[in-house]
Design a protein. Structure first.
Length: 289
């Protein structure tokens, strides 16, 4: 009677030991699954946190591209066509290039983030919504930059046309100014010649006429002045002619009220007081004695 009881107790103990072993093994499995799940959850949290951090950084980059203010400033500058030069247009394009480069860098970061999350199997509706928002923001800025670039290109073309027109007008004005200056000099310039009676007669600037038997002749201008000996004077800018003698006589017919003679330190100064009247006679012949 005692032997069957013993056998039964042993059997029960074996069953209990097997059950305990199975329960322990199951516990170990569950514990491992829990640990793995916890690790996955921690990794997921880390990835989520990293993704949020990257999204914030990208958003900061987008916010740094203050296209609204930049666009308004550029458009304001570009609309002032009368002040826009080729250099300013180039600077505007350079600023737009900087903006475009910033957008491209941000766009690349979004693509890397999106690809990284997909490769890791992170699929969270909130993150996807935020990433899609970033993509829309980038696309909007790209579209506005494209519009700005077109505006700059158009205005630069117009500036080029205007610059060509201005250059042509400038050349015309310069030519006209040269013509005007040449005509002014022609009108205002008087050629004068100074010499003794003999010198002036030999040069053909004056001729003796009148009188009787060589007596009482007067000198009269011939209208010919030796271009080698004659000196030009622009009466618009020069109103004093210095003559190295204190005894002079004006032979030509300049109106007497258009000039005056004054002796200064052994020399005579012919002071033109009415240039317009004085230069009606284009040659001035002065005889020294």
């Amino acid at each position: 009677m005692r032997r069957p009881v013993m056998i039964g107790m042993i059997a029960i103990m074996v069953l209990l030991a097997g059950a305990a072993t199975w329960a322990f093994a199951k516990y170990q499995t569950k514990n491992q699954e829990f640990t793995t799940l916890q690790e996955d959850n921690d990794q997921m949290r880390d990835r989520y946190g990293d993704a949020i951090g990257e999204i914030v950084a990208i958003q900061d980059s987008l916010n740094a591209i203050v296209l609204g203010e930049e666009e308004a400033r550029l458009v304001s500058e570009l609309d002032a066509e009368s002040r826009l030069t080729q250099t300013e247009g180039d600077l505007a394009l350079a600023r737009i290039s900087v903006i475009k480069a910033g957008i491209e860098r941000t766009k690349a970061r979004i693509q890397v983030l999106d690809r990284d999350l997909k490769q890791r199997g992170v699929k969270i509706a909130g993150l996807e919504k935020m990433i899609n928002g970033l993509k829309r923001s980038v696309a909007d800025k790209e579209a506005r930059v494209a519009v700005l670039t077109t505006q700059v290109d158009t205005l630069q073309s117009r500036v080029t046309v205007l610059a060509t027109h201005v250059e042509e007008q400038g050349q015309t004005i310069e030519e006209q100014s040269e013509d005007i200056e040449a005509k002014r000099r022609e009108v205002s310039t008087v050629y004068y010649m100074v010499g003794t009676k003999r010198e002036l007669t030999e040069s053909g600037a004056v001729v003796a006429s009148g009188g009787l038997l060589g007596i009482g002749k007067t000198l009269e201008p011939t209208g010919h002045v030796d271009p080698v000996r004659a000196q030009p004077v622009d009466t618009d800018h020069q109103t004093v002619i210095r003559i190295p003698s204190d005894r002079v006589e004006v032979i030509t017919g300049q109106p007497e009220n258009s000039y005056r003679l004054q002796v200064v330190g052994g020399e005579t100064e012919l002071v033109i007081v009415d240039p317009e009247s004085f230069r009606r006679v284009k040659h001035l012949v002065v005889m020294t004695g």
